[in-house]
Every structure is written in C-alpha cells, then in structure tokens.
Design a protein around this ligand. Sequence first.
Ligand SMILES: Cc1ncc(COP(=O)(O)O)c(C=O)c1O
Length: 375
Amino acid sequence: MGTTIFAEMSAMAVATGSVNLGQGFPDTDGPAVVAEAAAAAIMAGRGNQYPPGPGVPELRRAIAAHQQRFYGLDVNPDTEVLVTAGATEAIAAALLALTEPGDEVIAFEPYYDSYAACIALAGAVRVPVTLRPPDFRPDLDALRAAITPRTRLILLNTPHNPTGAVFSRAELTAIADLAVEHDLLVITDEVYEHMVFDGEHVPIVTLPGMAGRTVTISSAGKTFAFTGWKIGWVTGSAELVTAVRTVKQFLTFVSGGPFQYAVAEGLALPDSYYAQLNGDLRARRDLLCDGLAEAGFAVYRPAGTYFVTTDISALGETDGIAFCRSLPERAGVVAIPAAVFYDDAKAGESLVRFAFCKKPEVLEEALTRLRRGLA
Ligand SMILES: Cc1ncc(COP(=O)(O)O)c(C=O)c1O
C-alpha cells in the first residue's frame, strides 16, 4: 500500500501543481565534488563494466573507515562489507538470506514500506510491535511479549522512518539483551545515521553480544543526497555478510559501478560536511514543525530523519487517508497518511507524515498554502 499511495500522491502533486512533501527525496543534489567524481569515473572507464560482486575495493575500504571514524568499529573491508543497490536491496537480500519460510520477524510499526513486502517475499511472518505517539518510544514489554520460539530476527530502524524517533542507548541495550537472551539476529536499517538532531545515533552492533548477530545497513542516498544512485551497503560478520551476498548475487549481482567510486570519495569528506548536512536539516525540521503547529496540526517533533509525523485530530479531522487525498485540492500540498505504514491501520489513522528535506523556500510555500487552505 505504501508504494501505491506514493505513486498516487506524486501523480496528484503533478496534476494539481502541489508542493510535494510526500516522498523522502531531497530537492537539492548532494556535493558537487561527489557528482564530479562520478562523472570522472565514467569518463575514465572506472566501473563502467561489472564491478566486483562485493563492491569496488575503494568503496569497501571507505565504508570500513567510516565505521571506524564514527563508531570506533573494526570492519574488515574484504570480508565484512557488501555494497548493494541501495539500502532497499540490502534489506531484501538480508531478509531472504537469514529467514526460512514460517520464521517470525519482529519489526516496529509504523515501518518503511519495503519491510512488509520483503518479509512476505521470504515467506516469513511479520510480527509488529507498535510505536505510539506522542514520542514513539519502543515498548520493551510488548517486544518481549512478541518473542516466540519461531522468532528468528528483529528488524530495527533507527533513526526511524516515519516517526523520526531515535532509539536511545538504554532502549537499544534492552533490545540487544533480548536478542542475546533469545539468540536472535538483528537487521538494523540505519540510513538516517547522520540525521540526528537530538540525542545520539547508537549502532546496535556496538553493544555487548551484538557483533556476531547484527547486519547493519546504510546508504549513500540520504547521507549524500543522491537517492537516485542507489548505492547502499551491509556490514557485519563475515558469515552474515557472505549469506547476504549469496542472495544479492541473484537479485542484481552488482550495480552502479562509477557511483561506487564517487561514494567512496563522499564518505571521506571532512566532518564539516556531515555537520552542515545535519545543521541544514535541523533548521528545516524546525521551520516545518513550527509552521505546521501554527497551521493547527499537533506536531510530534522528530529527533532525526527527513520526516515529521503530525496528528490531524487537532484540525477536527480523523481520517488521514481521506485528508491526504483531499489536501492537494484543498491546499496544494501533498503529504502521506501514516496509516499505510501500520498493520494496525487504526493505530495510525489520524497521523500524517510530511518530509522536510526540501529547500526552505519550498517549505515556506507549503506552509503558506496550508495556512490558507486549512483556515
Ligand atoms: C528507513 C529507510 N530504509 C531504506 C530506505 C531506502 O534506501 P535506498 O534509497 O538506499 O534504497 C529508505 C528510503 O526512504 C528509508 O526511509
């Protein structure tokens, strides 16, 4: 349903000339030096033919260096890194590799829309644990209660799309302890690792007992604002990475050769790049959150990601899907009903997600339209 609603909403945005705060892609490309590195790689014939299955060595080394630089992790670039066609392929390949039909996969809902689809493709069974407003904290008792003898793994996402929640060290430690106690694997989607505005990003793999049981996923799409390049990666123990690579080999085999060289250069950018990315997004978060509150939404200010979740009950509305379908005509703005990210659609019925990874003037325009359209 998620993908369907994105297509419907994006088509509506075009048809009505709406400001599209639906899908999470930046409206400004990433650093010119990284784009130039991709162009130079193509012209120099680097990566124009099939790159190595695990990814080009330059990128694997850059990913390992990134894990060391930001998290103090020792990652072997030859055996513990796999480059994928975006985080999306990494999620699919990891789930297909690590679950058997009938295995239960626990995931916190609302979830990124590929999770349910990939769990289904693997023939596994998804078991949702619901994150609830106002702060969308993980309910550790509910998590414990969801674990059964059929549970194979926990599929984690922090910073979390769509709620913007950033799981704390204490919460992640409790989740890690449960994984160790019940001998579960963890697949953790950390594509928003550099977009944390309050608190800190803690990779669960850094916690005790997790090194051999965690598959960590990230992507250049968000960190370098090149979502169309689809360069993602997996890190983990050699055994887990080999399992994921075995599946990936028959999904895409390889992809994005020249972009891989460019992303390697991106990962080596100085701290000032990462700080600016974060600072710019934080300002946009604040701009959109303050404006939405002024327009009458109840706003759950996110600690991370590209997204803010709001509640439309405060506007006297109840049905987020109907609201989002009418918003382009009413106000000339596109948003996404959060119900599509829940199994329990009731839980997200009145929640609506807006993306703030857009130029400030675009956000201002959307807010002007919302204030006018909803008055
Ligand atoms: C939580 C989450 N995981 C994965 C992805 C996809 O990443 P990629 O574009 O690298 O496939 C997204 C993109 O929106 C996301 O929000």
